[in-house]
Ligand binder design. Structure first.
Ligand SMILES: Cc1cc2nc3c(=O)[nH]c(=O)nc-3n(C[C@H](O)[C@H](O)[C@H](O)COP(=O)(O)OP(=O)(O)OC[C@H]3O[C@@H](n4cnc5c(N)ncnc54)[C@H](O)[C@@H]3O)c2cc1C
Length: 384
């Protein structure tokens, strides 16, 4: 019998392996991964420094340990190069491998900042533990860091690096930080709190070039301003990894298109995690992928219940200004009603019918997240 193959050893791939093992102790399971397969929690990468965590200490388990614990096979440093959806085979590490069912848990790739200049190739992005280890090795103690991108990852790194004694400048092309998740007042509150740690924000600006300088590098902005830095971190966004699926002829839009049973357009091929567009939604966060992995494990073991999501607020890990956000995920540009109080901000997104469609809380008001979440309907309700 050919194994069930999972491609990817991130939280999506490994959670699925665990969930499958809970349900079926015998089915042959093979995980193929382009990295070293260490088990770690990716969200900890943007809070590790101030907590005194080294990259090594973030490893919860090696691939070999997980393999032994679950009774599965994990092949590390093995990139899947192509998939034959009809023949039920794939090509990886110079070998043709047959699969019974195939799950793509390929994650997302950092967006290229397209920088000119002779130091453009020194710019870091952090999307896995190996990236993070390289970044930390290059980060001078108390050094100057320019971060490109003031979204979730950029703001979290700004907070972490500044709290750990680095001089941080944050370059963001929009009018306020975290504009995809927050109304303007909340974005300004985060900016002010980061400012309190010494983070200088350059809003409405993009970096165009990174050049070598006598000490470190110079980051050139699109208004001609020049920022001096020891190290540059790009956090301008992630795009679902779709190339492999596209090459195999699977339907791809923003992510690999799957339905509420996590089925792609090809028989016996499924997708979960950051690479997947599930019922029209790309939700690159932990809670959605956990729900997907659990639902898919049940489906692969013969269940027929479609994926359901709970209400899933996103916690922005900026301790200088705690934030919880649940902006309407369907991209509707809804108005925010914002209440500013001593203990933080409470913002509600109201839809055309007068219903609350999303909310944002900052500061001590984040303690009310459960009361706010209870007023919302989940994005994908359980089948009745
Ligand atoms: C710094 C940071 C902080 C974050 N903080 C939060 C947070 O606080 N809360 C939250 O909800 N979310 C957070 N996220 C997002 C969350 O971490 C991701 O949604 C989640 O980790 C994605 O898991 P994944 O398994 O889908 O992808 P990944 O972890 O990216 O795993 C993809 C896997 O696929 C493998 N792969 C890719 N292509 C191939 C190939 N061709 N062949 C073989 N293997 C391949 C890779 O090697 C890797 O093992 C954060 C993300 C970052 C970067």
């Amino acid at each position: 019998m050919h194994p069930m193959v999972i491609v990817g050893s991130g939280m999506a791939g490994y959670t699925l392996a665990r969930e499958l093992r809970k349900r079926d102790a015998a089915v042959p399971l093979l995980v193929l991964t382009a990295d070293n397969g260490d088990v770690y929690s990716k969200p900890m990468l943007s809070t590790a420094l101030a907590q005194g965590q080294t990259p090594e200490r973030l490893v919860q388990m090696t691939a070999a340990q997980l393999q032994a614990q679950l009774g599965i096979s994990v092949r590390t440093m093995t990139r899947v190069e192509s998939i034959d959806a009809t023949a039920h085979t794939l090509y990886a590490g110079g070998e043709l491998i047959a699969w019974s069912r195939l799950v793509l848990a390929l994650g997302a790739n950092p967006v290229d900042p397209h920088l000119a200049g002779d130091a453009a190739d020194t710019v870091f992005s952090v999307n896995n533990l190996a990236d993070y280890a390289r970044f930390r090795a290059a980060l001078p103690s108390g050094g100057r860091v320019v971060i490109l991108g003031g979204g979730l990852i950029g703001c979290e790194f700004a907070n972490d690096l500044a709290a750990a004694g680095h001089a941080v400048e944050l370059v963001h092309p929009r009018e306020w930080l975290l504009e995809r998740l927050l109304p303007e007042q909340a974005g300004r509150a985060v900016q002010a709190a980061l400012g309190g740690l010494g983070v200088q924000s350059h809003l409405g600006r993009k970096a165009t070039a990174v050049q070598r300088a006598d000490h470190g590098v110079t980051v050139v902005l699109d208004d001609g301003r020049r920022l001096q830095a020891d190290i540059v971190l790009s956090a301008i966004g992630l795009r679902p990894a779709t190339a492999l699926a596209q090459q195999a002829g699977l339907a791809v839009l923003r992510g690999i298109v799957v339905d509420r049973w996590l089925r792609s357009s090809a028989a016996d091929i499924y997708a979960i995690g950051d690479c997947a567009e599930v019922d029209g939604y790309v939700l690159p966060y932990v809670q959605p992928l956990l729900a997907q992995a659990r639902a898919l494990a049940a489906i692969l073991c013969g269940g027929d219940a479609p994926l359901a999501y709970p209400v899933m607020p996103v916690v922005v890990k900026t301790p200088a200004c705690p934030v919880v956000s649940l902006a309407a995920a369907d991209g509707r540009a809804l108005d925010w009603q914002v209440e500013q109080a001593e203990d933080g901000l409470r913002a509600r997104q109201i839809d055309a019918t007068g219903q609350m469609a999303g909310f944002v809380l900052t500061g001590a008001a984040t303690r009310e997240r459960q009361q706010f979440a209870a007023q919302l309907r989940p994005l994908l309700a359980p089948a009745s």
